[in-house]
Design a protein around this ligand. Sequence first.
Ligand SMILES: Cc1cc2nc3c(=O)[nH]c(=O)nc-3n(C[C@H](O)[C@H](O)[C@H](O)COP(=O)(O)OP(=O)(O)OC[C@H]3O[C@@H](n4cnc5c(N)ncnc54)[C@H](O)[C@@H]3O)c2cc1C
Ligand code: FES
Length: 280
Amino acid sequence: MTDNKSLNNPYLPDLATVQEVIDETANIRTLRVTLDDKEKMAAFNFRPGQVGQISVFGTGESTFVINSPPTRRDYLQFSVMRVGEITQRIHQLNAGDRIGLRAPLGNGFQYEDMKGRDILFIGGGIGMAPLRTLLLHMIDNRADYGDITAIYGARSPKDLCYTYEFEEWKTGGVNLVLTVDSEFPGWKERVGFVPTILSQEAPSPLNRIAIVCGPPIMIKFVLFGLKELGFEDRQIITTLEKRMKCGIGICGRCNVGSKYVCVDGPVFNYEQIKGMCQEL
Ligand SMILES: Cc1cc2nc3c(=O)[nH]c(=O)nc-3n(C[C@H](O)[C@H](O)[C@H](O)COP(=O)(O)OP(=O)(O)OC[C@H]3O[C@@H](n4cnc5c(N)ncnc54)[C@H](O)[C@@H]3O)c2cc1C
Ligand code: FES
């Protein structure tokens, strides 16, 4: 029988099975999946920040970051916000259902260059997904990094993802600063938009890398805040979401300026993309 590998067709997905589904918020679900080929699953290697193209048979294919870290290999985790046809179909999947997966794609975070540095994660809503993979990777290699602070915000407490593992993040050495947009009964953490909390925390740019992901409006004001604090463009890292098709640098669908998000990204430092922001 001919297998995927011998066909050598980069568009052919691997078969995978949904092992577990977690409801994160009203419109975000997390899938934990394993490749059906056990040898491939055991050998599957990736960098934090790399993505996968998930296909729902009969509907289509979409891009999602692998938000589990490479240090934890029992399954690959994807968190999916429901916005349109494919994500709607993904939300209908249950444990035991089959999907197609083309992964890993893209560049991922250059975490080797971050060793010995202080790290500042700044995430909003579903934007915490790409940060989670790197954050857990750093917890699993905690001695390699200095201070790790994560500012994570959402509209309301019910819109925060991964609430069930916040304690693990804290005991893993992360200074976790949670915020929601306005007061909610019983909420004991911070209140205010993420850029406001950033300026209140005012982390020093000295020997620190800031990694930012969230809605475009949040990113815009966070970038402004980081510059005010004295962060240089190269100290600011973000991930770009640009609609993908082939995922392998062939179709030209995902270009931003001279870059293809699918192969040159999705992770960029601000120096690489600041001239292109009007195209995003
Ligand atoms: C590198 C990368 C990583 C991503 N990681 C995640 C992730 O971890 N979790 C997650 O929930 N989503 C992620 N996305 C976005 C996800 O791919 C889209 O939301 C999905 O393709 C929408 O498919 P759909 O058929 O449900 O919606 P569609 O019917 O195609 O679109 C519905 C609406 O969403 C908008 N939209 C579609 N795709 C994008 C996009 N890429 N960026 C911005 N707006 C878009 C459309 O303009 C439209 O308004 C990522 C995208 C990229 C490029
Ligand atoms: S998705 Fe085809 S070139 Fe990037």
